[in-house]
Design a protein around this ligand. Structure first.
Ligand SMILES: Cc1cc2nc3c(=O)[nH]c(=O)nc-3n(C[C@H](O)[C@H](O)[C@H](O)COP(=O)(O)O)c2cc1C
Length: 320
């Protein structure tokens, strides 16, 4: 047990390390979630817009096998078209449900009425305040430097300061937290923990490919960009305010700023589908945040979480 790492978040979920493994559709399945939890954090399974109820049940079984708590992260905008995800999540009985990117209601209320704790990722202070008013238990202040989808509104540090002043529930910081320095910084500011995604993209427990992990390791902090190119090309009906941050590649460079044209281009759609199948990341996407430059070795998720805890404890002790 770390003396400096006990927060409202670790107490709420009985954790050793105030770190949630961010839900990452296609990357954080049950195996990654279990590894994060085994390291002392709270691992989460990422559910995509078309993930089936059966897949949710299967991944939850894998996560549960470690015997530690785990969470499930849903995309709020996708639930009306795929309500089976709601039922499968209830059935899987996770320790925490996250609902992000879209209208939380009625889902948040229904989860809370069923006895579940609910988290949501907010991209600006007003969104955090509204979620707290709706009874959300944990607010994630998610800055624009984060990997994957989210608002492109505010960076992690100004957002975290504003959200901490605006709400009374536990606040986790997300976006760019990869090392113990980042975890210590947000804890010192008053966050109850960190919500960490990109740091796990080169872990062997991630459900990505060896080629994807190699690409992550070779990328620096200046080589990501935010936009809607990959969603437009695939005709994924994300609400337009939610773009994603991914590694900049040949395809995103070619189409950035030409999204209207891309929406009608069937050759580009086919090209992207073929590249995804072939694992060609000059064309296919790899979602990752600016913290990717700090991911420099393939390491197990449990080791990463334990290292974040030990390092943050040391830094905070030295400061105290
Ligand atoms: C590959 C990838 C996939 C993601 N998929 C999801 C998702 O399915 N649901 C979700 O709520 N957030 C998703 N996110 C966003 C994360 O929950 C989180 O906001 C982000 O990883 C935090 O920033 P960081 O990547 O700098 O740690 C994803 C992020 C990444 C990198």
């Amino acid at each position: 047990m770390w003396r400096m790492l006990s927060t409202s978040f670790t107490e709420m979920f009985g954790l050793d390390v105030p770190v949630a493994g961010a839900p990452m559709a296609g990357v954080s399945g049950g195996r990654l979630a279990a590894a994060v939890s085994a390291g002392g954090g709270l691992g989460m399974i990422g559910v995509g817009n078309t993930t089936t109820a059966q897949a949710i049940r299967a991944e939850a079984e894998v996560a549960r096998h470690g015997g530690d708590p785990f969470g499930i992260g849903l995309m709020a905008w996708a639930l009306p078209a795929n309500p089976a995800q709601f039922d499968a999540t209830l059935e899987a009985s996770p320790t925490l449900v996250s609902l992000s990117f879209g209208d939380l209601m009625p889902w948040a209320l229904r989860f809370r009425e069923a006895g579940f704790r609910v988290a949501m990722q907010a991209g600006h202070v007003e969104e955090a305040r509204a979620a707290a008013d709706q009874g959300v238990d944990v607010i994630v202040a998610r800055g624009r430097e984060g990997g994957g989808h989210g608002l492109d509104a505010v960076g992690t540090l100004p957002l975290l300061q504003g959200v901490l002043d605006a709400v009374r529930v536990p606040v986790l910081a997300a976006g760019g937290i990869v090392t113990a320095r980042g975890l210590a910084a947000v804890l010192a500011a008053g966050a109850a923990g960190a919500w960490v995604g990109t740091a796990f993209l080169a872990s062997p427990e991630a459900a990505n490919t060896a080629a994807a992990r190699a690409r992550i390791l070779a990328t620096t902090e200046t080589e990501t960009s935010y936009g809607r190119v990959f969603d437009v090309a695939q005709r994924i009906p994300w609400p337009p305010e939610y773009g994603g941050r991914a590694l900049t590649n040949e395809f995103s460079r070619r189409w950035s700023g030409r999204e209207d044209e891309l929406a009608g281009d069937q050759d580009a759609q086919a090209e992207l589908a073929a590249a995804r199948k072939a694992g060609d990341y000059d064309t296919a996407y790899l979602y990752a945040g600016q913290g990717v430059g700090l991911v420099t070795e393939e390491r197990s998720a449990s080791e990463i979480v334990a290292g974040l805890g030990a390092g943050a404890e040391r830094l905070l002790q030295a400061w105290a």
